[in-house]
Design a protein around this ligand. Structure first.
Ligand SMILES: [Zn+2]
Length: 111
């Protein structure tokens, strides 16, 4: 299934501008005749996993997220948590490069 950046934003809660940023980092994508950006959901998930595997051998701590620019786990500056249903989204800034980072997750039902 193909998504536009704004559809992906709704699915994942990640701002469309971050998604456009990831394109520059080599995120798999397609463009149609009108230069619109389309992202294959499965390829996107595989790309994220591939990048994460390179650096993150340790489990991320609660206030950490994986920076796709620095390719390492960092402690977020100004972390903010938002919750929608049982999806949680941790957003903040990378202390190394200043890029926005978003980490999605699920609420642990045992908590
Ligand atoms: Zn960074």
């Amino acid at each position: 299934m193909l998504y536009t950046p704004s559809e992906l934003e709704q699915e994942l809660g990640v701002p469309a501008y971050s998604i456009r940023d990831w394109v520059k980092l080599g995120m798999p994508h397609e463009r149609d005749k009108r230069e619109r950006l389309w992202i294959n959901g499965i390829e996107f998930a595989q790309w994220v996993n591939r990048i994460r595997k390179k650096g993150a051998h340790t489990r991320l701590k609660k206030d950490e997220a994986f920076c796709l620019h620095c390719k390492q786990a960092v402690r977020l500056d100004h972390p903010q948590v938002s919750q929608k249903g049982n999806h949680i989204l941790l957003s903040g800034q990378c202390p190394n490069c200043g890029h926005s980072i978003h980490r999605g997750g699920h609420v642990d039902p045992s908590q």
